[in-house]
Every structure is written in structure tokens, then in C-alpha cells.
Design a protein around this ligand. Structure first.
Ligand code: ADP
Ligand code: MG
Length: 682
């Protein structure tokens, strides 16, 4: 067993109580922590030729001191130490700021190594580092650590060096030999040493490669372990539907399925038919036809005697889904029930009774669906729409109902593959990456705010044609007042401009849920021509008569969110438009606007969004579920991530990780990460 986790850093030479406290602030309390706290970047002190180095770049040179250093003081505690150095036969000037004590160390005729910023025109270096004598290869790369308090890089290096010398024999190899051989990975202790004290960049690359693989493998092993637990959950239901009957349903649909829909239907039905417990994420861009796919799964369940529940975030969405499902399924004797808060009293009782007796095949609603009073006859399938997570609490409620149904999560947020397999790694993922043929592309324009009047005229034209328009204003975070200001201003602007020619609605987060639903209902029944709203309108609403979306201050949104918003239009047969009003100040902002006008492909956008914003920001502040890695960077290291995922699946599902003595160390490390409780899933 690995000891390093148990040995306190105070056992290391030079680390006393005070230092231990400071280290603790950095999350370092054991020797293991110290050794694994690798530099977050490296300074390159390799010697370079003067010609090769551009102006203002960092440079390290070695030469002979030509003049006695002169020291000048100015201001409070400020000083400048200057001398001339002969480098490659050229005379350059060296300036050290605020390091007067160096004067005593530097003398004419000595050979010194100097690092700093190169001013090419003046042949001068503003120096930051000095060393007597010639630079050796060993010192060429220096790790830079996160520091706190009085800690310095030099002392950190000293502690790490001491810890490594004392304990490197205890750094056990955990990756099985076959995998080390297969990927030509260097040993673990070696990799740790190199990460702290690299000789050169190729060595560093090898060390990093090894530790990244290890980190991602352990991470994926945890995910795959959960996946296995989920799949084999006791009582996993086999929904043994009749294939021929399902085929008649699919053939009777008003349109042929797209190839992508066929593929995901096969994946989902395969899960349902097996004894394994389905835990699957279905991703598909807005309008890619997820509802139809859901209806197929519901049909299969119903025809084999199982009920389904379709859970959505809002009541209005519940109504919309219930309507679509009735249209699709009623002709096949599949009964659809709708449970919302407006179903009350006697009607509610009746509905619940029908459900309990098994006379309703699919119940549509919000979270109310899994409340206590709701008793199913035989629940076999739960589908959630537009929700990222189906919490542990909810799973438990389902289990306590004596059921453990298959679960399908549907989302229209295209998540880049790298993020999908990290954040949803314990799930199986199906993707509908194709839109039904013949869809009209939404035309997207990016205009400056000075064009506002023209935009409003454009909006009015669309309304006169009998269409409806959304205007979305960004939420301004952390300020209650500002939150709705943009939307309110815009609303009044439109009222003033249009007098009473058109009806305008105003929606924002400060309204009660019932008020919001009322507004959405009025909009969808065409009582409102133009709905000005904050982003509360984002989720799944379907109003096919809405053909224009104006997004105010569009550069405040991420690409994925803009795409989601844009997906509210383009749902009918008429040409739809999206207008981005924005004056972005940064290049990245401009690029985002341009990309939006160039593509309607949600997955392409999400990949670009991830590149532009980085994984941390991708989901916005709401979603903090992203794992943090010590060394790996999931965007940069995504190929390793995919390889690690395959290896982990193989180790868990085919190679019996827990039993095989060759994998004992790896398995121990996995256990030591201590996450084998279901609660950790969410
Ligand atoms: P999503 O929920 O993925 O946004 P929907 O399931 O609401 O998409 O489908 C959007 C529209 O496309 C619906 O009107 C649906 O009837 C239609 N549709 C779905 N699949 C197809 C298909 N294969 N061919 C043509 N139209 C389709
Ligand atoms: Mg949908």
C-alpha cells in the first residue's frame, strides 16, 4: 500500500510548523501532495544566440563582464545596477533593477549567465536572473510553482528535492506493464522527478505524457466503474418488445427517420431489451427529432406492458410534449396522460388512479411525476428532456417506488465530445448529428447597435407578415436592478415606437412562474406579436409562427447559448432570421459573432466555443460539475482522454480489474480515490 499519503510534510528536512501551514494553504499536507504538486509552467533558460531572439523576448546569454557594475539609487528603495557584457563578440548592456546586493557578486573578467528581456534595438537586457559561471544543460528549464506567503520557487524546489531523495523508492508503479509497454510510457517515479526538474523539453514531454495518461485512466476507470454499477443494477428491466410491431409504428410515421435517428433508436432499443439498466444521454441539436425517437422508446415499452414517464422542466413544455405524443401514439392505442399543477381535484385523482391501474402508458409532466402521490403500475422507462442531471435524490425516489426503470436523458445542448465523455462518462452517449432533410437554414446577421432603428423596422415588417418575434436581452449578473433593465428598456422603446400597432410582451426572471407560463401561452396562441425577454425563454419552447429572433448585446452570450436561443425560431415552414446586435470589443468576441453567421451546426459551434472559452467557462457559471485535473488538460489532451476511456472500459468490463493480480496496484489506487458511493455521482 502506498505510504506517501500518510507521511506529513513536516517529516521533510527544512519544513517546520510555519512552512507546513503555508503549504497547507496550497493543499499540500502529505509527501504525496508535495510530490504531485508539479510546476504549472516552466521557464526556459536555455542559452540562445542573440540573432535568433526577437525584440522584447526572453533571453538567456552567457558572457564575460567587461565593466565594473555601477549602482545608482533613485526614489524610495529603487536602484539600478548596470554593466557591460561581452557576448559572442558583441557588447551588450545589462541592467538589474532593485537588486543592489548583486554588486558585490559581479566583478570584471568573470563569466556569468544572465536571463531577462531583450531590447534588440538598444542591445540591452533587463535582467531578472543571474548566475556565476556557465549555464549547464541541467538548469535550462525551471519549474514555476504556485506559491503562497513567503514561499519561493527556490525553497519549493529544495523541499521537493528533499522529499524525492527520501521517498522516491516509495513511488510505486500503478500502470500495468502491458500498458506501459504498449504506449512506451516512462516509469512513475522518473516522471515525477522530471516534472519537477526537467533536463530538457523532450524529457518533459515524456513525463507529462505518462502522468496525463495515468490521471485520465484513473478518472475514466472511476467513470466506467460507475457505468458498470449502473448497468448491472439489481432488477434492471428487460423490455422485451416485439420488433415487427415496433416496425409498423416506425413505418407509419409521417416521414422516414434520418440515418442518425435510426442509429440512436437501435442503441436505445438495444439497451431496453437487455437486462442492463439503461443510463443513456441522447444529444441532438434543436429540431433534430428527439421527440419522435422518445415516442419510439415509449411505444416499445407500452407494447411490452411497461409505463413511461417523460419529465420536462416547465409545464408549458409538458403540454407541448403531451400534444405531440398524443398525435403520434394515440392511433396505436398508447394512452398519454398529462400531469401539471393545473390538473387538480377530481381530475387529478382520476388521472392518478388510471395511472396506478396501468391504464395510462406514458405520463408527461414536470418533477411532479416522481412525487409520492404518483404511483405507477409498472414503470419501465424514464425520459428527461432538457435536463442535464437526474439527481441522486430522484433516483432514490424511483427505487423506493420499488422500480428501477431505464433512464434516457435528452438534451439539445450540443456538448463537445471531450466534455461529454468527461462529465457524462458514466453514461452511454447517443448523438443525432443530422437534421431532417429540407430544413430551411436560419439566416443570421450580425449588426452594430447603431443599426437598432433599422432592426426594429425589420422586426415590424415581419410582424406585418403575420409572424412573431423574440427579442432577447442578456441577464446582467449580480445586480438585481440591472438584471431586467435591458429588457424593460427595450420593451418601452418598442411600445413608444409602435404606439398600439402591435402587442408586446415583457418576460424576465422576476416574474412568478405562473406569470411566465401565462406570457408564453399568450405568445404561442399569437396574442403577443413580439416577446421581449431575458434568457428565461431559452428552454425548449416551440412556437412555429415565430420567425425572427433579435439578440441584444449578443456578445455577452457564449456560442452554445446563442445557438440555443436561435433554435427558438426556424421551427415552421417559413424562412427565419436571427439578428445579433453587438459591438464586441475583443477579437474573440468578433470571431464569435462571425462564426454564428457562418454556421447553423450546433456541434461545430460547441467545439469552437470550447476552444475559445476553455472547458471551465463552457457551461457557464451554473455548471461547476467539471472535473479538475492536476496535470491533464482535457481540451489539449483529448486524444489521450479517448484512449484512456477505451482502456478503462476494457479493464472494467472485459479484464476484471478487481480480480487480476497484475492490476492490483491500479485497483488499489482506484479504491484509494474513495469515490465508490453512488452519492458521488451527482
Ligand atoms: P427536437 O426535440 O430534437 O428539437 P422534435 O422532435 O421536436 O425535435 O422535431 C422537430 C420537428 O421535426 C417536428 O415537427 C418533427 O415532427 C419533425 N421531424 C422529426 N423527425 C423527422 C424526420 N426524420 N423527417 C422529417 N421531419 C422530422
Ligand atoms: Mg424537443
Amino acid at each position: 500500500m502506498n505510504n506517501l499519503k500518510k507521511i506529513s510534510v513536516t517529516g521533510i528536512k527544512g519544513i517546520g510548523e510555519e512552512t507546513a501551514k503555508t503549504l497547507k494553504e496550497l493543499g499540500i499536507s502529505t509527501v504525496q501532495d508535495l510530490l504531485w504538486n508539479v510546476p504549472y509552467r516552466y521557464e526556459d533558460y536555455r542559452l540562445r544566440n542573440l540573432e535568433q531572439v526577437g525584440d522584447a523576448e526572453r533571453i538567456t546569454v552567457c558572457g564575460e563582464v567587461l565593466t565594473e557594475p555601477s549602482l545608482a539609487f533613485y526614489g524610495k528603495k529603487k536602484s539600478k545596477l548596470s554593466f557591460r557584457l561581452s557576448v559572442e563578440g558583441q557588447v551588450i548592456r545589462i541592467d538589474f533593477f532593485n537588486q543592489p546586493y548583486l554588486k558585490a557578486k559581479i566583478a570584471t573578467g568573470e563569466t556569468v549567465t544572465i536571463s531577462g528581456k531583450w531590447d534588440k534595438n538598444r542591445a540591452q537586457i533587463t535582467a531578472s536572473k543571474f548566475k556565476l559561471g556557465m549555464q549547464t544543460q541541467d538548469e535550462a528549464l525551471e519549474g514555476i510553482y504556485r506559491l503562497k506567503g513567503s514561499l519561493r520557487t527556490k525553497t519549493m524546489q529544495k523541499y521537493v528535492q528533499a522529499a524525492f531523495t527520501m521517498y522516491h523508492k516509495e513511488i510505486e508503479e500503478i500502470i500495468p506493464q502491458v500498458y506501459l509497454d504498449k504506449y512506451k510510457l516512462i516509469a512513475r517515479d522518473e516522471a515525477i522527478r522530471i516534472l519537477h526538474f526537467p533536463k530538457d523539453s523532450s524529457e518533459l514531454k515524456q513525463a507529462r505524457r505518462r502522468m496525463v495518461y495515468e490521471e485520465l485512466l484513473l478518472f475514466q476507470l472511476r467513470m466506467q466503474f460507475f457505468r458498470k454499477i449502473e448497468r448491472e443494477k439489481a432488477g434492471g428491466i428487460a423490455i422485451d418488445y416485439d420488433v415487427a410491431e415496433l416496425r409498423t409504428y416506425i413505418d407509419a410515421l409521417p416521414f422516414p427517420l434520418t440515418n442518425a435517428q435510426k442509429r440512436v433508436v437501435n442503441e436505445i432499443c438495444g439497451d431496453m431489451k437487455s437486462h442492463f439498466h439503461m443510463n443513456r444521454l441522447l444529444q441532438g441539436d434543436v429540431g433534430s427529432g428527439k421527440t419522435v425517437v422518445a415516442s419510439i422508446a415509449i411505444f416499445a415499452a407500452a407494447k411490452s406492458g411497461f409505463q413511461s414517464a417523460l419529465m420536462v422542466p416547465t409545464e408549458i413544455l409538458a403540454e407541448q410534449h403531451a400534444n405531440s405524443l398524443v398525435e403520434l401514439l394515440a392511433p396505436f392505442d398508447v394512452t398519454v396522460g398529462l400531469l401539471t399543477s393545473s390538473v387538480k381535484g377530481k381530475r387529478r385523482k382520476e388521472l392518478l388512479l388510471l395511472l396506478e391501474e396501468g391504464n395510462i402508458d406514458v405520463l408527461v409532466g414536470t418533477h411532479a411525476l416522481i412525487q409520492e402521490e404518483v404511483i405507477y403500475h409498472r414503470l419501465g422507462l424514464v425520459i428527461t428532456d432538457e435536463q442535464h442531471r437526474f439527481g441522486v435524490g430522484q433516483r432514490r425516489i424511483l427505487r423506493e417506488k420499488g422500480e428501477y426503470p431505464d433512464v434516457l436523458f435528452m438534451t439539445a445542448t450540443p456538448i463537445p465530445r471531450t466534455l461529454a465523455i468527461t462529465t457524462f462518462g458514466e453514461m452511454d452517449v447517443s448523438v443525432i448529428d443530422e437534421l431532417p432533410a429540407g430544413r430551411k437554414q436560419i439566416e443570421t446577421f450580425w449588426v452594430k447597435h447603431e443599426m437598432l432603428d433599422r432592426v426594429i423596422q425589420f422586426v415590424e415588417k415581419e410582424i406585418i407578415k403575420g409572424h412573431q418575434v423574440y427579442v432577447i436581452c442578456p441577464l446582467i449578473e449580480e445586480s438585481d436592478k440591472l438584471e431586467v433593465q435591458n429588457a424593460v428598456d427595450f420593451y418601452h422603446l418598442l411600445l413608444a415606437k409602435w404606439k398600439k400597432r402591435h402587442t408586446v410582451g415583457l418576460m424576465h426572471g422576476k416574474l412568478l412562474p405562473a406569470e411566465k407560463e401565462g406570457l408564453m401561452r399568450a405568445f404561442s396562441s399569437q396574442k403577443i406579436d413580439c416577446l421581449v425577454s431575458t434568457t428565461v425563454v431559452e428552454v425548449g419552447v416551440n412556437v412555429p409562427n415565430a420567425t425572427m429572433m433579435v439578440i441584444y448585446d449578443a456578445d455577452r452570450f457564449g456560442l452554445s447559448q446563442l445557438h440555443q436561443l436561435r433554435g427558438r425560431v426556424g421551427r415552421g415552414s417559413d424562412q427565419s432570421y436571427c439578428i445579433l446586435l453587438a459591438d464586441p470589443k475583443t477579437e474573440v468576441g468578433k470571431e464569435r459573432m462571425t462564426i454564428m453567421t457562418e454556421t447553423n451546426d450546433g456541434f461545430a459551434l460547441s467545439e469552437r466555443d470550447l476552444e475559445l472559452r476553455g472547458p471551465g467557462d463552457f457551461f457557464g457559471t451554473k455548471q461547476s460539475g467539471l472535473p479538475e485535473f492536476n496535470i491533464a488538460d482535457i481540451v489539449h489532451d483529448y486524444r489521450v482522454l479517448e484512449i484512456a476511456r477505451e482502456d478503462a472500459a476494457k479493464l472494467i468490463f472485459d479484464e476484471n480489474l478487481a480480480e487480476n493480480p497484475e492490476y492490483a496496484r491500479l485497483y488499489e489506487s482506484l479504491l484509494a480515490s474513495g469515490v465508490f458511493t453512488e452519492e458521488k455521482l451527482d
